[in-house]
Write a protein that binds this ligand. Sequence first.
Ligand code: ATP
Ligand code: K
Ligand code: MG
Length: 655
Amino acid sequence: SVPFGLDLGNNNSIIACARNRGIDVIVNEVSNRSTPTLVAFGNKNRFIGESAKNQQTSNLKNTVENVKRILGLTVDHPDFPTEAKYATTPLVAKDGQVAAKVRFAGEQQEFTATQLYAMYLNKIKAITAKEVKGTISDIALAVPVWYTEEQRRAASDACKIAGLNPVRIVNEVTAAAVGYGVFKANDLPEDEPKKIAFVDIGHSTYTVSICAVKRGELKVLGSAYDKHFGGRDFDYAIAEHFAKEFVTKYKIDVHENAKAYSRILAAAEKLKKVLSANTTAPFSVESVMNDVDVSSSLTRDELEEYVQPLLNRLHVPVEAALKAAGLTVEDIDTIEVIGGCTRVPSLKTRLTEVFGKQLSFTLNQDEAIARGAAFICAMHSPTLRVRPFKFEDCNPYTVSYFWDKQVEDTDHMEVFPSGGLFPSTKVVTLHRTGDFEVEAKYTKSEELPTGTNPFICKWAVKGVEVASGEESVATKLKLRNDPSGFYTIEEAYTLEEKIVQELVDNPEAKEDDEPEYREVKKLVKKADLQIVEQSLSVGEAALAGLFEKEATLTTQDKLIADTEDRKNALEEYIYELRGKIDEQYSKFASAEEKEKLSGLLMKAEDWLYDEGYESTKGKYIAKYEELASIGNVIRGRFLAAEEEKKQAYRSKQEA
Ligand code: ATP
Ligand code: K
Ligand code: MG
């Protein structure tokens, strides 16, 4: 499969693939380099990406935004009210997750965030496969650094439901930093690493990662974020300003009408973008509600005033990331900035003030994450050779493993402290009297986003056999913080003491002396233990069911799209033939044929607008062929005559 990296943004997503000995951004079906992150439901089929955007305003209630924010969220999470406020579909609880309640194919249906995310991934997969003309299976998926185990598991589940193999789930800014390290290798020092702050402000999240980068190597020293800071907050601030203005100016409250508010929001986003290049911008929406046209304007300074609460906390993640990295702002050599929202001039100014240094925009602001992710996916490919590059990410939250207390005094251990690098492996030895359970948990609540479920994973370790006469058996556990940030038990086995022959190292021995051995007691592997994992994934059986369901929906969507295509083809053919029969084809059909064809065309058209308005793919094809059987005969005569004309012209030229 073609290595594929995805920056699934809250607003729009970018796809990149490793091919032609480089990394390419993949364009979608309308040749855009980014695709709206939207999933919508219609009377018959789903609309995903561009097609969802096209119908958004007229189908708000069934169009799901912010899929990335509701993934791995529960309705009792403190972030839920915020996401419910932004959502235009009702959000409900289903299978312990947040789900969107929509009307789809004539029925009320609920789809969990994992399913919605999977639907989007599946569409992205189809776009990519079509563009690269190859199979797509392995993916490096970029996610926010604040995604905890629960969200990472949900993202991994979603990949599997979409028939993708998540070879790596990587933090977004880390992916961009890796891209920087790889593509800017020649500008990087070979010995003392450069300290670079990568800043990403997108649609919903603001992240800072401090990295040490040198040629061929990168370490993330510390990351911090503001989960609720991005373009959408700007849009809301602008929309709220105008909503208030219009109450007095036009006596309307756009909050009362979801469609009106959504159009105000869209206009606010447009205005915000204009203000990035101009100091004042007009604002207008026609017939926003109650037949009222609204118009106004905003200056760049006014915008700055309305987003002051956000700007005032811009320094917080920078300071937190520096602290996590154990550095001060003076240690930073370069500040690399990405993300759409950093185009806002006041943000650039404030960021420059916070760092006390000029910002650098070497990376492609929109595509850096996807490109880095595609490179990372290629690194994992068994068939592709890429430039060697080593990178380690930073573990943001302390993780401890707990076990049932048997013979030892302790029942847990802080295995992966915050600030440690991963991927990383740690081996612990326990003395066990029989089968046992292990549980991994986040153990420092002050480090975690509020409302985080501390549970990570639980394992039953089975097959422990204690020798007769012994109280316990030494057992080794290989614990891992894996490349995707998951906490696992990679291996578990019991040990036994064995007498082994060990070569005695005698420095005085002469060359032809017989080698001397001694018997020593050593702990060696006795038996592998079975590890049964109980993670936050929905589990293999549920995944298989959801995969089937997604495949069925995709087949249905495809049938609906094909049917629509055949219907359009028939409609076009009727018009084409009708036009030509009186012009180009006129000389080549007898009066009788013309009459017959006209009759058929009329009948076909009537059918199309009556009972054939919603027919089947097969019927549209059959009607088309019925017309074509006559149309093609006439067309054949026309083409033959054209050819004759051409021949005659050529002979004349040659003569
Ligand atoms: P997230 O990273 O939060 O998941 P995302 O990756 O989809 O979201 P980006 O694509 O980085 O976000 O940025 C999108 C945001 O940038 C939108 O809010 C958009 O309005 C804003 N934006 C894009 N262009 C401009 C511009 N010229 N001026 C101001 N804002 C802009
Ligand atoms: K994006
Ligand atoms: Mg982003």
